[in-house]
Design a protein around this ligand. Sequence first.
Ligand SMILES: NC(=O)c1ccc[n+]([C@@H]2O[C@H](COP(=O)([O-])OP(=O)(O)OC[C@H]3O[C@@H](n4cnc5c(N)ncnc54)[C@H](O)[C@@H]3O)[C@@H](O)[C@H]2O)c1
Length: 255
Amino acid sequence: MPTGEGMKDKVVMITGAANGIGLECAKLLSQRGARLMLSDIDGSAGQRAVADLTANGCDATFFACDVTNGQAVEALVEATLAEFGQLDCAVNNAGVEHPHMKLAEHDDDEFDRAIAINLKGVYLCMKFELRAMLKQGHGAIVNLASLAGLGGAPGLGGYVASKHGVVGLTRTAALEYAKRGIRVNAVCPSFTNTDMVKRMISTDPKLERILNDASPMKRMGEPSEIANAVAYLCSDEASFTNGQALALDGGITAW
Ligand SMILES: NC(=O)c1ccc[n+]([C@@H]2O[C@H](COP(=O)([O-])OP(=O)(O)OC[C@H]3O[C@@H](n4cnc5c(N)ncnc54)[C@H](O)[C@@H]3O)[C@@H](O)[C@H]2O)c1
């Protein structure tokens, strides 16, 4: 995968950027010269992330936003344009897990929450990002789906439904705007070593071994490995890559 400076001075907006994969994307993109609008529902962690990035010379700003709130998302995109004058790339990363439960016992509120944050949040972000990108005539969007967007995952019904929705929206937007200079792709990681997975393991320590063994590589992904793929899909080096749902899974989908 290219490691060049294809992101120099590009403006990238990242949701869920205060932790985990989103934060790792911010770090990598800043190293490649991007200017960053970080956003998260967690204001204090987001401000800390921006302080670290700016201390290292990055042009970065934080804007608190709950992606389930359309007005807040619209304000986030407006704030990005006001601060940087353009929106070259967007990484729609904010997402949540839910406790393991089979469908017959699925908690309705947990199902609704997964759909509201993981799916409707991505829909709302894309809606306002696309409006800005259409005006300027170019853009690249990368959505954080999941391997659970490409196949079933027992015990994760709400999450699986939300991530299949993200893959569907990604493909649809890619087709709708391909002729307008906008590319839309998704990454589909398997289990990745972030707080999300740590929270899952904390409910059942046996899960750690199971999650590692799920991959032919016998390990989980690292957030930096996901960020590498996100940065590639954002960059001009991926200029002919559109509408893809890229599995980042150590080979699970090759079984
Ligand atoms: N970690 C994994 O194993 C894994 C695998 C596949 C896909 N993903 C996806 O990658 C993305 C990032 O996951 P992660 O592992 O870094 O999780 P994480 O829990 O470490 O970080 C998620 C971030 O999203 C923020 N967030 C949560 N709800 C929000 C909301 N309503 N509005 C704005 N921000 C909100 C959180 O505050 C947090 O900073 C998610 O979409 C997740 O579904 C993760």
